[in-house]
Design a protein around this ligand. Sequence first.
Ligand code: ADP
Ligand code: ZN
Length: 620
Amino acid sequence: MSIESILQEVFGYPSFRGPQHDIIRHVVAGGDALVLMPTGGGKSLCYQIPAIARQRAGQGITVVVSPLIALMHDQVGALHEAGVSAAFLNSTLSSEEAYQTEQRLLRGEITLLYAAPERVTTARFLGQLDALHDRGQLSLFAIDEAHCVSQWGHDFRPEYRALTVLHERYAGVPRMALTATADALTRADIVERLQLEAAAQFVSSFDRPNIRYTIVEKKDASTQLLRFIEREHAGEAGVVYCQSRKRVEEIAGMLAQAGIHALPYHAGLDFKVRQANQNEFVRGEGVVMVATIAFGMGIDKPDVRFVAHLDMPKNIEGYYQETGRAGRDGLPANAWMCYGLQDVVNQRRMIDESPAEEDFKQVMRGKLDALLGLAEATDCRRVRLLAYFDEASQPCGNCDNCLQPPEVWDATDAARKLLSTVYRLHQTSGVSFGAGHTMDIVRGKLTDKVTQRGHESVSTFGLGADYSESQLRAVMRQLIAIGALQVFTSEGFSTLHLTESSRAVLRGEVPVRLRESTSQRAVKRIRGRAVAAPAAANLGQEAMVRFINLKSWRAEVAKAHNLPAYVIFHDATLAAIAERAPQSLADLQHISGLGTRKLEAYGAAVLAVITGESRTVGAD
Ligand code: ADP
Ligand code: ZN
């Protein structure tokens, strides 16, 4: 059976996406591979189809290594729905269940086995793999979330380092590593740590064209967030990332008060509560998860319509990974971040005060600066994001800066006044001061601190009285972003310092051009495609009724199977069925996402919903 027919018959998809075809062909033929593909790009099929093809060719089982124990149940459930024999081994199974699965494994009844890295490297499991290997029944290793092997990645897991045993012990068995994180450093580390020097590398475009990037200046973050959700995502599922547990609780409470179905998630919550909230998010409709970055890896809910950052992440990898959880179904989605000077200072402090080695901190500072550059950019966000992953591109037309080019003002004069104040303060008092005090001097404010220290006599005092505080803050952020100013923290105090590149700005050799702070002008609404209910956006009234009926039918099936609704059918598949209004099983052929097995299992029920013979109630 060809890989094309597996795609069509098992998964119900008409064609491969991007490099899937090349990757799958390579792996089916027994090659090693490193697959770098953005979230939502379709990595799973890249190992699932080879697993099925090789099993059918008598080559035995595929072991999928994944750190995401909580998700294995749904991943395996989705394969069962498609008629593929799969299982998982992890700590959620009772010893009897684990034993049964091991027996099935040894009998060759399983095509894909999911297991966590710490499980894979136990003597017991390796013994079972030995037995399969001796019989030529060990087909493929797929190492998912492979960036976990790297300390440069954002989710280092030491257990991944032990996976070299797979290569050493089963040298002839093909291995593939997959990840959505691929800056050069992490990529090199994966190759080295997992000994994939000889593997073919498949690097996809990292672009997620359906995601619209917006970064706004932070004023009153909670109100800004609430407006964003109410205006653009009422009733839709989304994730809100916050820096701290306390903030997660606060924001979740605030949203809930405003009538939004919001739930908190952070490592400080009881395991059961966390599980329940995650379940509700994945299985429910329109739930907003307010979370620390502890949440989200491997959540493959396809219809997350927005990801909001209320605080700035650590670096672009983290930002891209987190925002990438929006719109996996390919339909329009929003990535929205609000950030301010305090975020920059906080992130710097966390790096400065961490116990890490100085050269590690240096790398982290560089990464933070790159993110700052993105946040302060006045040109296309996507061009910058992709450039960070070494990918050249053209302005995208689907980010805030493209849709509404920011007005730019010449801030060279303000920048020089700020920098020379930092310089003079250091000269006169021999110590450095923070952003607030420096701005007070430039603006000529006689605060207690200014008078106590006699800083009204600093020669730049009051020279920038015309600038508003928010303008100066923006200048400050920009100076930090271009490296003309540095923030250092010690003992809880942040102070400003000049750098090598300050001089050129001071001399007026480097113009500083800044986006007009949004408080300086009326905020124009970005008018673009609406993102509301994108799967069903183009349905007419009657089709919409069918869509709603199909959704309530799907909810019942999902509940009965103890699986998330999207595992049964994606919204897009239901919308396509609603649109077509099929009258017979033949009419259901070739709808994307409807494979042979699902047609057999659900075709008749779907027809009954459409023709109104089912007992599912209508929209009224
Ligand atoms: P990743 O693991 O790369 O984030 P997934 O494997 O979860 O992405 O795939 C993202 C979504 O795209 C899934 O819902 C999957 O069913 C769908 N998908 C993958 N490949 C195809 C394809 N060739 N045609 C249509 N849909 C696809
Ligand atoms: Zn753009």
